[in-house]
Design a protein around this ligand. Structure first.
Ligand SMILES: *Cc1c(COP(=O)(O)O)cnc(C)c1O
Length: 369
């Protein structure tokens, strides 16, 4: 089965091989050397002064960033399920929250952010997704982050880049915490989250010193010494190290370029068979398509063509489907998926198959590369 969901992504063979070695103890010089190498490689990718790795899915890192960096009032953007989650975290911890809410196809506007800041001078943290995966939407987080910092440089900017880290070069000049997760563009099993930190965030974390398992001060103290506060997810970190070494040898610029070409070419291929792209500003990490028969299309893809793509959640259940572009993905596989979608529409009597989707995909892919 071809796994083409925007998380989890498939784990490549070279990563599975690296992770199949016998377990090593986490408090050993052998593991500390791997941890140190992984930290260095991660810092090169995210271009931030410090990085933490936590044994949790991405949501754990979201929670840790909110509790560690927000003391007074949180401004969050809800253009989908993941943006909504920041508000839910604030609520769970009794942190006052102002939410900018949009439909799931619409990014947050600069005006709405500035207005919320003006009305709430006590806001001390701003949370947004780089890519809101619920509708495959790209927020212009860099522009919003810059405006927030111009308004008040002490406001902490937290960016959930779980479906953007490793997908594209990210501007972190106005970001204090950049969140990543193992099961997306780094092609690992779920269970590891990543947080890139600014110098200002480090100071705030030390000053607040909050939480227990997710106490980032405790983690910082340990991780700068290449160890972790609690038992490290050694196997996933070994896999991450292998992935980052391979990605570095290929070059992240090359990976970003290929991901962009796959993504834009796939969008065009879907449009060539009469489908509409759902978000007004699509992210590169996935192609998100409007389709009233999404469940039928996905079922046909699974049973006839061995392809697993994602549907929608909540009110978009059965109304959209999402095709992953994160990771190092063989072009021939995307070609198969695009062709299988056209065949599925033909199977459902909606389209006369003529191979146009794959032709458009390949033509555009090589043009963009
Ligand atoms: C996958 C994802 C998360 C993390 O979800 P977990 O299930 O906790 O790993 C957070 N934000 C976005 C935008 C995501 O795509």
């Amino acid at each position: 089965m071809l796994l083409f969901t925007p998380g989890p992504t498939p784990v490549p063979e070279f990563v599975r091989v690296a992770m199949s070695e016998p377990t090593i103890h986490h408090r050993t010089p052998e593991f500390e050397a791997i941890f140190a190498k992984t930290r260095t490689l991660l810092k090169e990718v995210i271009k931030m002064p410090e990085v933490l790795m936590l044994a949790s899915s991405g949501t754990g890192a979201m929670e840790a960033c909110v509790t560690s960096l927000c003391a007074k009032k949180l401004l969050s953007v809800n253009s989908g399920k993941f943006g909504e989650r920041f508000g839910k975290i604030a609520k769970a911890f009794g942190i006052p929250n102002v939410e900018i809410k949009n439909t799931w196809d619409t990014p947050a506007s600069l005006d709405s952010v500035l207005e919320a800041l003006k009305q709430n001078p006590d806001i001390d943290a701003f949370c947004i997704q780089a890519c809101e995966s619920a509708g495959g939407l790209r927020h212009s987080y860099e522009i919003l982050a810059k405006a927030v910092k111009e308004f008040n440089p002490n406001i902490m900017v937290i960016v959930d880049a779980i479906t953007a880290m490793g997908v594209e070069e990210l501007d972190v000049s106005c970001v204090d915490a950049l969140i990543g997760g193992s099961q997306k563009a780094f092609m690992l099993p779920p269970g590891l989250s990543i947080i890139g930190l600014s110098q200002k965030a480090i100071e705030k974390i030390e000053e607040r010193n909050i939480g227990f398992y997710f106490n980032l001060k405790t983690e910082l103290k340990n991780q700068v010494k290449n160890t972790t506060a609690w038992t490290a997810p050694t196997t996933i970190i070994i896999g991450l190290c292998a992935f980052l070494e391979k990605a570095k040898s290929i070059g992240f610029d090359t990976i970003y370029k290929q991901t962009k070409a796959r993504s834009l070419a796939c969008d065009k291929a879907m449009e060539s068979i009469g489908l509409k792209i759902y978000p007004t500003v699509p992210a590169l990490s996935m192609t998100c398509v409007c389709d009233e028969e999404s469940d039928l299309v996905r079922k046909t893809l699974k049973t006839k063509f061995n392809v697993n793509i994602a549907g929608g959640q909540d009110h978009l259940k059965g109304k959209i489907f999402r095709i992953n572009h994160m990771g190092m993905i063989d072009i021939s596989e995307v070609s198969w998926v695009v062709n299988a979608i056209e065949l599925s529409l033909a199977e459902l009597g909606r389209h006369k198959f003529n191979g146009i989707a794959n032709a458009v995909f390949l033509e555009n892919y090589f043009k963009l590369l």
